[in-house]
Design a protein around this ligand. Structure first.
Ligand code: NAG
Ligand code: NAG
Ligand code: NAG
Length: 515
C-alpha cells in the first residue's frame, strides 16, 4: 500500500559532500514576539516576518530582459520622518534566518534606534526565493555576478516604495541610506562604496573580505595563532605525521589511520586528510559568548586533556594526538555529527560526479550558488600553508582539488579546472587598496576570514577619518550582534565607534547629497 507523505519529507538531502563554510554573518532568526510598535508613535506595525517583494532587473546591462521577484523584510519600529534607511543583506544565503537583523539585537537596529531610522533585510539574487530563473543551471547563472549584486542594491534603493508612512519619500536623494554588511556582504558594502558611491551615503562593513584570494591558506592563520597553544602544536604534529604515513605508501599503516577515523571506505587520500579541516572550520561559528562547551573547544579538550591533566603548551606530541583525534571522530561521535550516519565516502568523498550534490540544479541551494562565485570571481580556497610554513592543514589539500570541484559542479562552464579571476575582481573593486568616503570597517582579531580583510596579516592598511578601521578581539562579524558587545568590551568599543562616526556623518547629510 502506498502512503502519501508531504513533498518536504520526501525531498532527498542533496548536500552529501561537505564544502568549507561560506563567508557569512551569524544567523539571527526573528524572535516570536507577536507585534512591534513604533517607539515614537506607539502605532502597531506588521510582524517583522512579513515578506515584501520588489521587481528587480535580471540584467542591469540590459533592462529589456525583464525582472524577477526579490524578497525583502522591513520595519519602522524606530523611524521618524527624515530618518535614515538602514539596509542589510546577509549575502550568500536564504535571508529568512536573518530577519532578526531588523531589530536592535544587531548593529543595524542600533543605528536605526540612535538615528530614528527604518531597517531593511534584503535577499541576495540567486539565494533563497530570490531567483531570476527556475533553476541554478550554468545557463541560469549567467547573471550571477558581484556586479549584478552591486547594481541590485543600488536599483532597489533608488526605486523601492517602502510599505510605511512616507515610504514613497525616502529615495536616496531625499533620505540618507546606510548600507550594512558582514563577511561577503561586508565586502559588497565596500565594493558599492567604491563602484557606485552615489546611492548609499554611509557604509558599515564588518569582517569584510575585500581582497579576493585564490590560495587562501591564510584562513587558518588566526585559528593557528589564537587557538590554545597545545592544541595548535598537536594539530600540526598530527597532520605532519598523517601526511608522512600517506606519503610512505605503506598501505597497512594508511588503512590503520583511515580506520581510526572511521574513514576506512574513503577512497582518495586528499579526501581523508582534507576532511580533518572540519574540526578547524568549527572555529568560524565561535563568538565571544560561545563558552568552553563549543564544538571547537570540545575537540581541543579531546586532544589535550589526558587522564584529567592538560598538556603543556608544546602539546603531548603526534602519537597521542592522532589517536585522540581518531577517538573524537569515532567513539566521540564527531563523524556522526557531521555526516548524520551517512557512509563516510558518500559524505566526505569529493570525486563521485554522479552524486546529486554535483548534479542537482534546483533552487535555494546556497552552496551551489556560492560555489559559482568562488569558481569565477573570488576563489578563497582554504588549503595547506605554503611549504616550510607551519600548517594545521594536510599538504594534500591543495587548490588543484578545489578547482577540480569547480569542473564537477559546473561541467557546462569549465572543461578544465579554472583559476578564479580574482585579478579582475580586485581591479574592479580595489581589494585591499579600496578608498571610499564614509565607510566604517569593523574587524575581529580571531576572525578566520581576517587575512582577506583590511586587518589582514598580509598587509598594513591605515585607518583614516573617511574610512576608519576598528579592530576588536572578536571573531567573525562579532560586532554585528549587540550581545557580543555585552560580553567583550573590545567588541563594544568597535560598536560604539561605529555608532558615533555614523551619527557624525549623518549629521552632515542634506537632501540631494550624494558624495
Ligand atoms: C531595543 O529596543 C527595544 C524596543 O523594541 C527597547 O525596549 C530596548 O531597550 C532596546 N535595547 C537596547 C539595548 O537599546
Ligand atoms: C591546553 O589545552 C586545554 C584543553 O583544551 C586548554 O584548556 C589549555 O588552555 C591549553 N593550555 C595551553 C598552554 O595551551
Ligand atoms: C556514486 O554516487 C552514486 C549516486 O549517489 C551512487 O549510486 C554510486 O554508488 C556512487 N559510486 C561510488 C563508486 O561510490
Amino acid at each position: 500500500m502506498l502512503t502519501f507523505l508531504p513533498a518536504l519529507l520526501l525531498a532527498p538531502l542533496a548536500l552529501a559532500v561537505r564544502l568549507p563554510p561560506r563567508p557569512l554573518p551569524p544567523k539571527l532568526p526573528p524572535s516570536l514576539k507577536a507585534e512591534v510598535q513604533n517607539v515614537h508613535t506607539g502605532d502597531t506595525l506588521p510582524p517583522i516576518t512579513t515578506v515584501y517583494t520588489f521587481q528587480q532587473l535580471i540584467d542591469h546591462d540590459n533592462p529589456s530582459l525583464g525582472t524577477f521577484t526579490q524578497r525583502y523584510w522591513t520595519t519602522w519600529e524606530f523611524y521618524k520622518a527624515g530618518g535614515p534607511i538602514v539596509m542589510f543583506t546577509p549575502g550568500e544565503d536564504a535571508a529568512d534566518p536573518y530577519v532578526g537583523y531588523l531589530t536592535n539585537a544587531t548593529i543595524n537596529g542600533q543605528i536605526a534606534q540612535q538615528q530614528h531610522g527604518a531597517t531593511i533585510v534584503i535577499e541576495h539574487r540567486y539565494y533563497g526565493l530570490s531567483n531570476p530563473f527556475s533553476d541554478l543551471s550554468v545557463a541560469s547563472l549567467k547573471y550571477h555576478t558581484i556586479q549584478q549584486a552591486v547594481d541590485d542594491l543600488v536599483y532597489f534603493a533608488e526605486n523601492v516604495v517602502l510599505p510605511m508612512p512616507g515610504g514613497d519619500q525616502v529615495a536616496p536623494s531625499k533620505a540618507p541610506w546606510v548600507l550594512v554588511g558582514g563577511s561577503y556582504s561586508g565586502a559588497l558594502t565596500a565594493f558599492i562604496k567604491v563602484n557606485k558611491p552615489d546611492t548609499f551615503f554611509v557604509g558599515y562593513a564588518s569582517s569584510a573580505v575585500v581582497e579576493s584570494i585564490v590560495d587562501f591558506w591564510g584562513y587558518f592563520e588566526p585559528i593557528r595563532l589564537f587557538m590554545p597553544k597545545n592544541c595548535s602544536a598537536d594539530v600540526q604534529a598530527a597532520i605532519a605525521h598523517i601526511d608522512q604515513v600517506f606519503a610512505s605508501g605503506n598501505t597497512a599503516a594508511i588503512s590503520a589511520i583511515k580506520n581510526s577515523f572511521g574513514m576506512g571506505d574513503v577512497v582518495h587520500p586528499d579526501d581523508v586528510t582534507g576532511s580533518l579541516r572540519e574540526n578547524l572550520w568549527d572555529w568560524q561559528s565561535l563568538q565571544p559568548a560561545s563558552g568552553p562547551g563549543a564544538t571547537f573547544f570540545q575537540f581541543c579538550d579531546a586532544l589535550e586533556v589526558k587522564n584529567g591533566v592538560s598538556a603543556p603548551a608544546s602539546g603531548w606530541g603526534a602519537e597521542h594526538a592522532v589517536a585522540a583525534w581518531g577517538d573524537f571522530w569515532t567513539t566521540g561521535g564527531y563523524l556522526n555529527l557531521i555526516c548524520g550516519g551517512d557512509d563516510a565516502e558518500d559524505c566526505l568523498g569529493s570525486y563521485n560526479t554522479s552524486q546529486s550534490f554535483w548534479t542537482d540544479t534546483s533552487l535555494n541551494n546556497a552552496d551551489r550558488s556560492w560555489m559559482w562565485i568562488v569558481c569565477t570571481e573570488v576563489g578563497f580556497f582554504q588549503d595547506a600553508a605554503p611549504a616550510g610554513y607551519p600548517s594545521l592543514v594536510s599538504r594534500l589539500a591543495q587548490i588543484s582539488g578545489d578547482e577540480r570541484q569547480c569542473v564537477q559542479m559546473f561541467p557546462a562552464a569549465f572543461k578544465t579546472p579554472p583559476t578564479p579571476n580574482v585579478g579582475k575582481t580586485n581591479a574592479a573593486y580595489e581589494g585591499w587598496n579600496l578608498k571610499a568616503e564614509r565607510l566604517f570597517i569593523a574587524n575581529g582579531q580571531s576572525d578566520p576570514w581576517r587575512y582577506a580583510t583590511t586587518s589582514s596579516g598580509f598587509v598594513n592598511i591605515a585607518s583614516t577619518p573617511e574610512q576608519p578601521i576598528a579592530e576588536g578581539n572578536g571573531f567573525h562579524c562579532s560586532d554585528l550582534l549587540t550581545e557580543n558587545g555585552g560580553v567583550d568590551s573590545t567588541v563594544l568599543a568597535v560598536q560604539n565607534q561605529g555608532l558615533a562616526v555614523i551619527g557624525k556623518w549623518l549629521a552632515e547629510w542634506k537632501p540631494g547629497s550624494t558624495h
